[in-house]
Design a protein around this ligand. Structure first.
Ligand code: KG4
Ligand code: ZN
Length: 309
């Protein structure tokens, strides 16, 4: 699959002012930038709207305001050009980000996909294209959410994930022994206890004496440990041909390294620009739906709590 253009209007700087995402601010910004972004993407791809076969858009899960902006603009484009519309699950987009950079023929099923993002930590077994079995997910904080919360308490810049990834480089991952929630060997995850443990440890130090790098490295090691051991166990149980990592946290260098070191099947992950949210991944998922004959109706609705299965 070839990416002709992938324009991203990041709101990170805007949200950094508040230390997190404000839904109202996010959707207002979406309205402002969506048309210029679409135009920019079309220009960069050297395409006209008459060259398009289909319009794909994120239907959910996500913030209702932002989803509404996207879906309504997509409906307008599909109606105006008389081409099909496809409402795509955001998580499925992350999963299909892997098909954007790998030779499609090389990807064989069954495979395991770990989606680790700001809102999700989910383990899926894929038996074929668009065929998922949900093996487990987070019971409380998502992995990215834990990174962001711990980043904030260590007073690192927003978003916490990349900041912790960087701070951890100078730290000792064994400086602090943080809990690894096993949850009785299920494929579910829990990160809120870990976050509280980091908070308790941090409170033992004067603010200007906080061992930020050691705390960051030890916290990251605990998250990586849990993600890797559960993924490795699932990979073995189901005899998969490969393990895919997707979502913002899959950009984490320690996670990539540990996963590749632990598994004896290929471990694949997208380049950092395709790990965090982007439009190309939504088009990639839509491509397979399109090939399988799916077409959505123009009265498609947003579903903020949409599940993959
Ligand atoms: O997939 P994504 O862009 O958005 C959601 O769908 O949530 O993921 C964003 C999350 C944030 O929590 C961010 O802190 C985390 O991905 N993240 C990372 C790294 N880069 C982004 N977490 C750990 N290490 C990174 N290098
Ligand atoms: Zn995402």
């Amino acid at each position: 699959m070839t990416i002709l253009s992938n324009v991203i209007a990041s709101q990170t700087d805007l949200h950094a002012q508040y230390g997190g995402v404000f839904p109202e601010v996010a959707s207002r910004k979406h309205i402002e930038v969506i048309h210029p972004v679409i135009q920019q993407a079309m220009n960069a791809a050297h395409l006209g709207f008459e060259d398009l076969d289909c319009i794909a858009v994120t239907r959910g899960p996500g913030l209702v305001g932002s989803l509404l902006v996207g879906v309504n603009v997509a409906k307008g484009l599909a109606l105006g050009r008389n081409i099909p519309l496809l409402g795509i699950n955001h998580i499925e987009g992350h999963i299909y980000s892997l098909w954007l950079t790998e030779a499609v023929a090389e990807i064989e099923f069954p495979l395991l996909t770990l989606v680790v993002s700001g809102g999700h930590t989910e383990l899926y077994l894929m038996s074929d294209h668009l065929q998922y079995q949900h093996l487990g997910g987070t019971l409380d904080d998502a992995a990215g959410e834990a990174f962001d919360k711990v980043g904030r308490l260590l007073e690192l810049p927003y978003p916490g994930g990349p900041a912790i990834d960087q701070a951890a480089e100078q730290g000792n991952p064994r400086a602090f022994q943080f809990p690894r929630a096993g949850l009785d060997d299920s494929y579910n995850f829990s990160f809120s206890g870990l976050k509280t443990a980091v908070l308790r440890e941090a409170q033992r130090f004067a603010k200007d004496r906080l061992p930020v790098s050691d705390l960051a490295a030890s916290f990251q090691a605990a998250v990586v440990d849990v993600l890797v051991s559960k993924t490795a166990a699932a990979a073995q149980e189901h005899g998969v041909k490969a393990v895919h990592l997707a979502g913002g946290v899959s950009a984490n260098r320690a996670l990539r390294q540990a996963m590749a070191g632990r598994l004896d099947v290929p471990v694949r992950y997208p380049p950092p620009i395709l790990c965090t949210d982007n439009a190309a991944m939504i088009a990639a998922a839509a491509h397979w739906h399109f090939l399988h004959g799916r077409r959505d109706s123009l009265d498609l609705d947003v579903i903020p709590g949409l599940q993959l299965i």
